[in-house]
Write a protein that binds this ligand. Sequence first.
Ligand SMILES: Cc1ncc(COP(=O)(O)O)c(C=O)c1O
Length: 401
Amino acid sequence: MDTRFANRMSVMKPSSIRELLKMTDRPDIISFAGGLPAPELFPVEDIKLAAERVLVECGSKAFQYGITEGILPLREQISRDMKTRGIDCAKDEILITTGSQQGLDLLGKIFLDPGDVILTENPTYLAAIQAFQCFQANFCPVPTDDNGIIPEAVDDLAAKRKVRFLYVISNFQNPTGRTLNLERRKKLAEIAERRNLVIIEDDPYGRLRYRGDHLPPIKSFDSSGHVVYLSTFSKTVAPGFRTGWIVASRDILDKLVVAKQAADLHTSSFDQLVLERYLRDFDNHAHVERVRKAYGERYTVMDESLERHMPQGFSWTRPEGGMFLWVSGPHGFDTYAIFRKAIENKVAFVPGADFFPGGGGHNNMRLNFSNADPANIRTGIARLAEICSSALTEEEAKDPA
Ligand SMILES: Cc1ncc(COP(=O)(O)O)c(C=O)c1O
């Protein structure tokens, strides 16, 4: 071990696939690998006007230090938006963060000591694993099915050991695209209160629903302050703003504010002002509607292409929103093994194993459908299916039984 570095760096392993994923940026590769929104849909013209207005009206004030909690008018807008999602929160129960990713880091800081146990879905968001690994957490993956994490399993695990928190992505989960059903949301809120268990509900994708009805967040059933809710403007406006937020009870929020002061004092004043002005002066609902329509169409093209081309033995999730679907191959299939071949054939995905904090999951892959146009989705899926078919045939030739 290199003694120059802190002990925690020995558990913060770089993802084995990260180097390979760098290749997916090549323009000749059709990439379903990244988690990127479609840049051609960013509301650039409206943002430009909003930025001009901020510069003309605020001048140098737009570049001054601000308060850690975030600018008040933005928190007021978020508070109003939260009501439409079913969460009644005051502006001082909201902290603006530098993306939801910083929210995860701050939550790790205030809740985790080395060795603490946390519960997660299985699989779960890769960068949340990385964020919590930084605090040397012990991951306890909870059984999860098509309707999300299984509350009875959460209840059992929380009864048996001291658990710091449960981390859950309630809508169109990254990586599987699955959504936690209504009954389970209520049940988790009830377990949180009964077991004194903190739930971190991460919801970057809730606004990107293409089919079915909006489901109230777990936080909307929380009457005891155990649920901490995170969301972001990354998917509904643009990720470059690096602006997200946390809704939490005041005692938790006070601790988060102290942690954020130490991290970055506050999220960029200019970014917050431009975002606030954009949301005030322009029709973000119409923008999100356009995004939903485009992603919904891309999802349908991907689903139909998979249906047409994938060999027998493969199945995939059928998310009602978000940006990802999750393909599972037959038992024993290894998506790492076909990754290099896929790159040679100019198509990319993320092998599933990295999303499983407890190991396993090699037969899965995550596909992003928001960042490729329909024609490329058709071509890319045909290539991917071909690679999967020939890998299966090679396997069968090796082991005819
Ligand atoms: C589940 C989940 N949480 C958090 C984030 C981070 O979002 P942000 O851009 O707000 O940092 C992402 C980004 O893809 C995500 O998928």
